[in-house]
Ligand binder design. Sequence first.
Ligand SMILES: N[C@@H](CCC(=O)N[C@@H](CS)C(=O)NCC(=O)O)C(=O)O
Length: 380
Amino acid sequence: MTANSNYKLYALPHSLYSGKVRSYLRFKRIPYEEVVSTLRVFLKFIVPRTGVKYIPVVQTPDDVVVQDTTEIIDFLEQRFPQPSVYPATPKQKLVALLIELYADEWLLNPAMHYRWSFWHEREHINDVLEHFGMLLSPHAPRALRRIAGKRFCKPFSGALPMLGITARTIPALEAAYLLLLDQLNRHFARYPFLLGDRPSIGDFGLMGPLYAHLGRDFHPKALMQSRAPNVYAWVERMNSTDPQPGDFLADDEIPATLLPVLSGMFREFFPVVTDTVHRLDSWLLENAGRKIPRMIGEHEFKYGDVTEKRLIFPYSQWMLQRPLDFYQSLNGGAKAAADDLLQRVGGYDEMQLKIRQRVRRQNNRLIADASPSIPDPRSA
Ligand SMILES: N[C@@H](CCC(=O)N[C@@H](CS)C(=O)NCC(=O)O)C(=O)O
């Protein structure tokens, strides 16, 4: 045991993925303290202990250090199993895993757009820059943090085109986000969380984009409050320091209000993540033994009717493997129930995808599994 017996969350107040773990720690009532991830903290702790430059990172009182929100939550679920954030029933567990994937890997887009496309709104952008300036020091005067923040934020503000967020796609991106807000607003009018009275891994996933950027930055927060007050109330519920969780809905029920959200996810995001799997498959064949980079070239995708290009992120396959493995492990009545749900939301064919070259995480990096699980059809 270290002198301090609390868990530590290395994070930043405005960091997307930090919001996911923070709300989880609060929900589980795990005593923790939040450490502001300044450059010094990155240099002295995060990089030496994780080998990578991401937040959030959790350090346990017995000095285990875990990086990646999904791994952090799964690690803590072992230590604090009750109440579980994974539903025990097949449809609910599948939906929770799918929504975590969607939030982490796709709703990053509206989050990034609504943070970085509003430079002309002074209050909005100053707040963002002052938060980035915390990398220098959270105690530096606001004006100084704003100046430092301008430098530190460049890799993020400059990332929009790499994510396919351009003048051409922004109208469709905004339309898709407003539609999602309306759908979730209807859902949260009836249910406190996605699957009833208890937040699931899907809720925590959604808290990344829907809190740090879309429910916290000035411009999108005002939009969420006026257009989707029930979503904003959910954000506040998810951040509560005194959570009062109940149970998931009985009988493996999936609320009808979630079906349009799932349909939208399969329509908009699944073509992208499916193509990511195909592109990574080819990349691994051509680059056997090489380290998997964070991005492997670019591919075309569609927002609404507009075709654009974005970078390909192999990590998305790792996240996809979770719901896919779970679904493909089902049989009997559980599979039939999941199939029926998938048919109704236009996701049945998508979920039959067989991943030939699986990936896993080792020492906080993505690596290819030793041997492909299915032979290469091209070598036949
Ligand atoms: N998949 C990772 C993503 C972590 C991540 O991208 N964190 C952001 C901050 S919210 C970051 O550290 N970005 C640094 C970078 O992109 O270089 C997770 O779930 O933890």
